[in-house]
Design a protein around this ligand. Sequence first.
Ligand SMILES: [Zn+2]
Length: 301
Amino acid sequence: MKLSEVVSQVVASRFRPEPRFIWPEGQRCAAMLCFDVDGETTALSEDPQLARRRTLMSQCEYGPRIGVPRLLGLLDHLEVPATFFIPGYIAEHHPRMVEVIVARGHEVGLHGYLHEKLAYLTEAEEEAILVRCIGVLEKITGRRPVGFRAPWFETNPWTAGLLARHGLSYCASEMGDDVPYTHPNGLVEIPGQWLLEDWEQFAFNADPAWGSIPENCAKVFDLWWREFEAMHDYGCCFVLTLHPWLSGRPSRVRLLEDLIRAMQAKAAVWFARGHELASYVRAHPEARREIDFDRPVSISR
Ligand SMILES: [Zn+2]
């Protein structure tokens, strides 16, 4: 038997469980493209003394100055919406960037002020930063942000309570599932995962030592495409997290173009912004299919 015949037999007999989630209008899965526009804050939150390291700072500035406009061009070209999580400090220093992101139809969400590590803050400190950043984004965009991505993907036990108390609709920071879930206080969680992050694939800086050797785009395409394709089968929510200082580099913009085009070519994918996902989850609690040991496994093809 030829290898291609073996492969097609395997694909035909593949385990395809019930979709984890019933997505709108017959869509098979959802895709949320996230851009965390950290700029210089990743370095400055680590050590304010790094502000004198011009090469490091300029590498970080590449994100908002070069990466974001280039990525906006790609998103326009492919006609897909995205969600940009922006620290308050970066929004204040690049207000025009924020205005243009909104004008192009994308969502702007919260991402700390200086990309603070929440694990080292008290609840009161975290709340003060949240309130300050809501004000910063509201002043620039004219609307109150409804979404939050924790810097470093790390939250505290009280974070969901703070977000709900200040009127946010969703958090996109935990990793407890591959479809959205709802916190007991009603806040929607849109979980991500480290596999679908560009930092692990592309980040590198000599001193301070960040990341490791940048990966080949072909390997990263394969990594992300395999996860997307399987998530499509499983009816999941594909949450891709990208940083413009990394994914705004030319070959990686091309990688993203290839990936999104391949996703678009696959039928029934709902490209959604965070607030759309959260509204849908809130309006359709029955959409979520729970997994438990006692639920019989049924296989659909
Ligand atoms: Zn970040």
